[in-house]
Design a protein around this ligand. Structure first.
Ligand code: HPA
Length: 247
């Protein structure tokens, strides 16, 4: 299978890449089980790109049930060396209001009970990968350059806090995350980023801010309709960004 120039994992509200041309659906299992759904392999700006909807194309998988290992393994198996993860998030600090696109440079993992390593004791091998910078600097730089070229506004930097979900957080949990230094909160950033590092994949997170996190605005309640409307609006810049990234 020819190498892929980029693999994209789509989050809540992003189940297809509109600009992916001549896409072919590829299925297939891995030693870790089945990926979230078919992987669509096609072309953007003449380059080979794969797209996978993290929650399944019908959004049937909650964050704690996503088979992160199978997804990344299969993408690598198909020839990916670079993965751009799109994650829908809540905004905690001032710069990260609804509809912002952000490229975080740090993360804190609050998830629990998820299978978080390929090195699970089978075969007696244990690996401790370096994870000081969880997102690959060269891929982050490429995305920032593409954003500048395509005129897409992106906030550079910030800390992503990965929570367990699927419920949203309490105001006290978000206040603690703010004190910890988190700017964004989402449910799917981990273990995906750590697993990508274990596989030696370049990996960056493009966060789409869908709402203010609990207690960060005067809104009483966070609704799915609000989340989806903001994701749709923020995603309008993505085709131009992908064209610039791949062109
Ligand atoms: N919290 C966690 N995950 C999210 C949120 C949130 O407020 N919004 C979108 N994904």
């Amino acid at each position: 299978m020819a190498a892929l120039d980029l693999a994209v994992i789509g989050g809540t509200g992003l189940y297809r890449l509109a600009s992916l041309q001549d896409a072919e659906a590829v299925t297939g299992d891995t030693p870790y089980g089945a990926p979230s759904g078919p992987i669509r392999v096609g072309r953007i700006a003449g380059r080979r790109v794969a797209f996978l909807a993290r929650h399944g194309e019908g959004h049937s998988l909650p964050p704690h049930r996503v088979n992160y290992r199978a997804n990344l393994w299969r993408l690598k198996d198909l020839g990916a060396s670079k993965v751009l993860a799109i994650n829908t998030v809540g905004g905690i600090t001032e710069r990260f209001g609804p509809r912002v696109l952000a490229l975080p440079d740090q993360l804190i993992d609050y998830t629990w009970g998820r299978t978080s390593s390929f090195w699970d004791g089978e075969g007696g091998e244990v690996l401790h990968v370096d994870f000081g910078d969880p997102y690959t600097p060269s891929l982050r730089r490429a995305v920032l350059a593409a954003a500048a070229k395509s005129g897409t506004a992106i906030v550079d930097g910030g800390c992503y806090g990965a929570t367990q979900g699927p419920r949203l957080e309490t105001k006290a949990e978000i206040a603690r995350m703010r004190r910890d230094g988190c700017d964004l909160v989402g449910m799917t950033g981990m273990p995906e980023a750590g697993l990508a590092r274990e596989l030696g994949l370049d990996y960056a997170c493009l966060a789409v801010v869908a709402n203010w996190a609990a207690g960060c605005s005067t809104d009483e309640e966070i609704t799915l309709a609000e989340v989806l409307a903001h994701v749709e609006a923020a995603s309008a810049g993505l085709p131009g960004l992908f064209d610039a990234l791949l062109g």
